[in-house]
Design a protein around this ligand. Structure first.
Ligand code: SF4
Length: 499
């Protein structure tokens, strides 16, 4: 999962790009980068947060009224600055590109590029495969008279060749700004517009929250397989693939996206409240009578408040988060993750002491974070702890850009609910039902359907056995403890223990 933005208008765009990337910082904290274009590309990228990478001196050099930006969360390739986006190429002429997602047939694409075009990607970043495939398709056009039809033709062939999840933004030097999605529309991308006396500025962004900060009006979501091109006269051209069933990532709504974003017509905060309300039935059916509902900050908040409202008990913010620690499941080793949880969350004893507490989190991935939270609450005097997951059990790894865990590490892929309850040392575990989630995110108002693959094991891109094997091996090696992971790949998730 990464965050991408692209701006094209009559004014300088570097400052807007930085504001946009800062709003998307939750989508990636490993690296950040910007490319702008006036009569040449200007590039600045590096490892770290947006505020670390872009200093006033470097921003001054980012000249141009067209530009793209990226915040990186490593899912493919190692985490080093060579892999930070944007990538640029002069083949067949100037292109600069960013993407959010994962290419799953990378070997086939790389072989085709080598055999047919003698192109050898320089890095392991799968963005290069998309960029060079698109570039190769452009190369066979009349480059002196490149038309919008030529550009859309190259996009369509690229979408046909490259499988997986990808939302992309491309600067085509001297022509304009292009955005296109994979045919299933798995990752989010939206188009906005701000009017100025000199003409409109258009922006493509991963999440609509960027528009709020920059006074842009939302125009539309970039649909599944759709391509949108803004030319140098600020005319908008669209190409749609007809009748493709959308498979938008439902986990964006549960966890990843910001609460104030509207994606495919749904306000993320409202959907999370609805998830909490649906859970009320399961809490009541289980005979639980909590004294209060609390959340695991901060993505559990809206679901916790929805659940509290539905069962008529108070909501309290009883876990205080240190916002200066990173997301725990992005930390590569288990010891590191447990340490982060300990330093990140502090329970308010006065609220929980002697109480039956229902604690709501967005999901349970490995169970280690959940167990640490249950222990914290018990140490603070909670009488009983019920652990409630807004998401259904995660039984399959994501191969579309979210590095949540390998299948051997996913606790729900390996153990029953009772075993998980014992492992995390809770008095009761309650998960969202997959059927309820599917009903909530069923196609409505023309907004299309969702991907539920990590809960159902049914991947919308078809048979992915080979890729699952590859991603398992690659993630193990990226975690930097190859030896340990060799063992854990053949072993199972941590054994549940009695308490
Ligand atoms: S597998 Fe899960 S996390 Fe990945 S795109 Fe599908 S719903 Fe999202």
């Amino acid at each position: 999962m990464c965050g991408i933005v692209g701006f094209h208008g009559p004014d300088q765009v570097a400052a807007d790009i930085i504001v946009g990337l800062t709003a998307l910082q939750h989508r990636g904290q490993d690296a950040a980068g910007i490319a702008t274009f006036d009569d040449a590309f200007h590039l600045c990228k590096g490892q770290g947060l947006v505020n670390d990478v872009f200093r006033p001196k470097s921003v001054k050099k980012l000249k141009g009224n067209s530009g793209i930006g990226h915040v990186r969360y490593t899912t493919q390739g190692a985490n080093d600055s060579d892999l930070a986006q944007p990538f640029t190429t002069s083949y067949p002429f100037g292109l600069a590109m960013v993407h959010n997602g994962n290419v799953i047939n990378f070997r086939d694409v790389a072989k085709r590029l080598h055999d047919e075009y003698h192109v050898l990607p320089k890095t392991t970043n799968d963005l290069e495969l998309i960029m060079y495939t698109f570039a190769s398709e452009l190369r066979v056009k009349d480059l002196n008279h490149l038309s919008v039809v030529d550009i859309f033709d190259a996009v369509e062939t690229t979408q046909h060749i490259v499988k997986g999840a990808y939302a992309t933004i491309t600067m085509i030097a001297g022509h304009g700004l292009l955005a296109f999605n994979d045919p299933l529309g798995i990752r989010p991308l939206a188009l906005g517009r701000r009017d100025t006396p000199d003409g409109p500025t258009y922006a493509f962004v991963s999440e609509s929250t960027c528009f709020d900060y920059l006074d842009f009006d939302f125009v539309e979501d970039v649909g599944p397989g759709q391509a949108i091109f803004i030319d140098n006269d600020y005319q908008v051209h669209r190409k749609n693939i007809p009748a493709v069933p959308k498979n938008f990532c439902v986990f964006e709504q549960i966890y990843f996206a910001r609460e104030d974003s509207v994606i495919h017509g749904r306000l993320v905060a409202r959907e999370r409240v609805r998830l909490g309300k649906i859970l009320a039935r399961k809490v009541v059916d289980a005979g639980l009578k909590p004294d209060m509902v609390i959340d695991v900050p901060s993505s559990g908040y809206f679901s916790a408040s929805g659940l509290a409202e539905a069962i008529g008990v108070p909501y309290r913010r009883a876990l205080v988060k240190n916002n200066h620690m990173g997301r725990s499941f992005i930390v590569p080793t288990q010891a590191g993750r447990e340490d982060v949880v300990k330093k990140k969350l502090n329970p308010i004893r006065e609220f929980v002491e002697g109480k039956k507490v229902a604690v709501v989190d967005d999901s349970i991935v490995r169970g280690t974070t959940s167990r640490r939270i249950v222990r914290l609450l018990r140490e603070a005097g909670a009488e009983e702890v019920y652990f409630i997951s807004s998401a259904p059990p995660i039984v399959s790894p994501c191969i579309y850009g979210i590095d949540m865990a390998m299948s051997t590490e996913l606790i729900a892929a390996n153990y029953t609910e009772d075993e998980i309850c014992r492992y995390i040392e809770a008095d009761k575990v309650i998960y969202q039902d997959l059927a309820d989630l599917q009903q909530l995110f069923a196609e409505e108002r023309g907004h299309g359907g969702s991907c539920f693959a990590c809960f159902s094991g049914k991947y919308p891109t078809g048979d992915v056995t080979h890729y699952l094997r590859h991603i398992q091996e690659e993630r193990a090696s990226h975690r930097g403890d190859k030896k340990k992971d060799k063992k854990s790949v053949s072993a199972k998730a941590p054994a549940p223990t009695e308490h």
